[in-house]
Every structure is written in C-alpha cells, then in structure tokens.
Design a protein around this ligand. Structure first.
Ligand code: RFL
Ligand code: PHB
Length: 392
C-alpha cells in the first residue's frame, strides 16, 4: 500500500478544511487534505453569504482578501419585517462593526486558487476515507484513489468533512452523543441575476411563512422562502416563487423586487445539531462535522471559522511550542461559542417563521417581540451584537 506522512491529515476541502490547511501551512506545519468530491463539485454548492469579522480576519491573515475587499459588500445594518412594518437595525451604529456579504463559493474559490502556490497537498475524489488508531498518538487514514488503497500517517486528524462525513462517526457514541432540534420546514432558495431588492439583508415574518432577501453582488440576488418539508422544487415555477416572495416580504420591499430567471433553486431543511465533543484522542472535529445551525442568522460558515481559529492556534502551540493546553481546551472553548450562536439562530428562527402547530399564542408572542424590538435600543443592540458575531 502506498503510504505518506504528514503532521495533520485534514478530511474535507470545504471552507473549514481549506482554511485550516492554509493556516497550518503558513505556520510551517505539514498537512494533506482529502476530499471526496471534485473541485468543480465543491465550487458548485451555493451556500452561505454573510461573513463575520472572524471569517474576514482569517482571509486577511492569509493575505487572501484582495478579491473579498474589492467585491464584498459591507453591510451596516439588517432588516426585520413583518408585512406591515420594516425595522431597520443599525448594526454599525449599535456595535461599531459590520458584516460583509461575499459568497461562500467565492471564499472557497479564493482558498482553492491559492492552494497550489502555497505547497500543501490536496487530494480530490478520494474515496472511502477511513480513520484508524485515533486513541493513539500515531493515527492514520486510508483512502482509495485510482483503484488503489493509500495510507497517510499523521500526528492528528482534523475532521472538516461536513455533516455527513466519516470523522464524527469515528468518535465514541457518535449515534447518541448529540443534541438536536429538527424544524418542521425548510427553505426554498433561489439565485437570480437581478439587482437585490434591499441594500441590507431582510428577514420577513408573514402569515404565510418566512421570507429572506439577500444578495451575492449588486447584480445577483439570493432569496429564500419557508416551505413545508413535503414541498418539491419542481412544484415551484419561477413565477410562483416570485409571487409568494413578494407577498411575504410586504409591499414596501416587494415594490423593489426585480424578477428574473432563476439560475439555482433548491430546498434545504432546517435543523440544529450539536455533537457532545469536538475532540477524541488525536481526532478533532470542526465546522459542520460537529454542528449544524439553521441558516437564520447566517452562523454556519462563521462558526466553522471560529472553530478553525481556535483549532489552528491550538495546533500551532502544540507543534511550535510543545504546549498542549490549547488542544486540551479546544472542544470546550469551541462548543461554548457554538452554543451561543445556536441560541441566536434558534431565537431568530423562532421569531421569524410560521409554526403551524404554534397556535394563536405563539403568533401573538412573535408580534409582541417584534413590537418590543421596534421600540427598544437594548433589544436592537442584542440582535446587532449577535448578528456581527460574538467575540472569540
Ligand atoms: P462543508 O462545506 O460541508 O464541507 C465539508 C467537505 O467535506 C467533504 N466530505 C468528505 N471528504 C472526504 N471524505 C468524505 N467521506 C467526505 N464527506 C464529506 C465534502 O464534500 C465537503 O467538501 O463543511 P464546512 O467546511 O465545515 O463548512 C460549513 C459551511 O459549509 C456551512 O456551515 C454553511 O454553508 C452554512 N450556511 C451559512 N453559513 C453562514 O455562515 N452564513 C450563511 O449565510 C449561510 N447560509 C448555509 C447558508 C447553509 C445552507 N445550506 C444549504 C446547508 C444557507 C444554506 C441554504
Ligand atoms: C444568504 O445570503 O445566503 C443568507 C443570508 C442570511 C442568512 C442565510 C443565508 O441568514
């Protein structure tokens, strides 16, 4: 069996895996990234759009932020709407900070484009990745490529392989050691090359359900509406989508919607999932491999970034300064922030979606909460400081 050696074997070449590889490589720690899919497939996934400071900071530290600085759209505010009214939250005024709208696809592309020049190994279309000896200080992974099985020996394995990857499943009690909340609905997302309706990201609560107005650029819009889990993309013609979106966004925002042909349309179910531990022996988990948040609040990618910040600092301390405190504290430190972001995502999901089993009381509570937010600087500050991302 062909065999190689590296300091850290990283499973998954999504944003978590590539950010970690770049940071370790910059610090002189060797790593190899194993990815199940092809580069084109990885780049075809349309996902996150709103970046917090911790994500921006990673790209800046890696000197990979030139396109992000040129093309990213800084946002000073966020909008909550409920059909009758539009609440503009002045995020910058309340916190002094901003978020930047720049697609996850673009972040991944920037990380991929720079990888070859920086000298770490990436292996795409690596099948059947398996983890061994994670309880020891000499773990290894095997994978299949071109009909051959290959082996990578390492000191640590980083599981950056998303929700369905093998890393979390290699942890003890992986099928019981988690907390989960599954929402009884999903988001139908549409990408279209039309100017966005709102300058800021707008979350709307309508009697028919939630709607979101977002964007990727000044000429590309990203919209979502809440749909039942039984709904199928094929049942949503562009026209039906635009009609429903405009209704839910309310007359003020709807008047600014430009319709156009969809270039992507998909349904994603909403759930919260937090695994009990982000480390076992020589295996660390980061990003969606360890936790999922519902997309309301845009925390998923940003949590991946905070995990990678903590994990890379811990690994650099271990390899460069022979200190183990960071790796020993990684799981607790990362989970502390994960739970706080999960709380905000749950809060915003609960506030802005239609719950069919919620009854009149729940609906009245949503309206009362929105009334409170509309009139309270304290409430708006709470939302703003969570929206820009809690400190690391
Ligand atoms: P990823 O991106 O899933 O990458 C994991 C990688 O691992 C690979 N993999 C394997 N590789 C080798 N062997 C195996 N057996 C493997 N199994 C899997 C996969 O192919 C993949 O390349 O996880 P990562 O890197 O942790 O990044 C997490 C983010 O992708 C995710 O949290 C966000 O996209 C969530 N999210 C959002 N986050 C935000 O911060 N802001 C947003 O505005 C936002 N909007 C969203 C979102 C996610 C959405 N969906 C569809 C889930 C909007 C949506 C609709
Ligand atoms: C997006 O632009 O895709 C987006 C924005 C805000 C969210 C989720 C997704 O909360």
């Amino acid at each position: 069996m062909q065999s190689t050696k590296t300091d850290v074997a990283i499973i998954g070449a999504g944003p978590s895996g590539l950010m970690l590889a770049h940071i370790l490589n910059q610090a002189g720690i060797s790593c190899t990234v194993l990815e199940r899919k092809s580069p084109d497939y990885v780049l075809s996934r349309i996902r996150a759009g709103v970046l917090e400071q911790c994500t921006l900071q990673i790209m800046e530290n890696l000197s990979l932020d030139s396109r992000l600085k040129a093309e990213g759209l800084p946002h000073d505010g966020v909008i909550l709407a409920d059909g009758e009214r539009v609440i503009d939250i002045d995020v910058k005024g309340l916190t002094g900070s901003q978020v930047v709208v720049y697609g996850q696809t673009e972040i991944t592309k920037d990380l991929m484009d720079a990888a070859d020049g920086r000298g770490f190994t990436r292996i795409y279309e690596a099948d059947n990745v398996q983890l061994f000896n994670i309880e020891t200080e000499a773990p290894f992974v095997t994978y299949e490529k071109g009909g051959e099985t290959r082996r990578i020996d390492c000191r640590f394995i980083a599981g950056c392989d998303g929700f369905h990857g093998p890393a979390r499943k290699a942890m003890p009690n992986s099928d019981t050691n988690y907390v989960e909340k599954v929402y009884p609905f999903g988001w139908l997302g549409v990408l279209a090359d039309v100017p966005p309706a709102t300058h800021e990201v707008a979350y709307a609560n309508h009697h028919n359900g939630f709607a979101l107005s977002s964007m990727r650029s000044l000429t590309r819009s990203r919209y979502y509406i809440q749909v039942g889990l039984e709904e199928k993309v094929e049942d949503w013609s562009d026209e039906r989508f635009w009609d429903e979106l405009e209704l839910r966004l309310g007359a003020d925002i709807a008047a600014k919607v430009t319709r156009g042909q969809s270039i992507e349309k998909s349904i994603a179910p909403l759930r919260s999932f937090i695994f009990g531990s982000m480390r076992h022996g020589s295996l660390f988990l980061a990003g969606d491999a360890a936790h999922i948040v519902p997309p309301t609040g845009a925390k998923g990618l940003n949590l991946a970034s905070s995990d990678i910040t903590y994990l890379s600092e811990a690994l650099i301390d271990y390899f460069k300064h022979r200190k183990s405190d960071g790796i020993n504290n990684y799981s607790d430190k990362a989970l502390n922030r994960v739970w706080k972001s999960s709380r905000f995502s749950w809060y915003l999901t609960t506030l802005m979606h239609r719950f069919h089993d919620g009854g009149e009381f729940n609906r009245k509570m949503q309206v009362a909460e929105l009334n409170y937010i509309a009139g309270s600087k304290a409430a708006q500050t709470t939302i703003a400081e969570n929206y820009i991302g809690l400190p690391l």
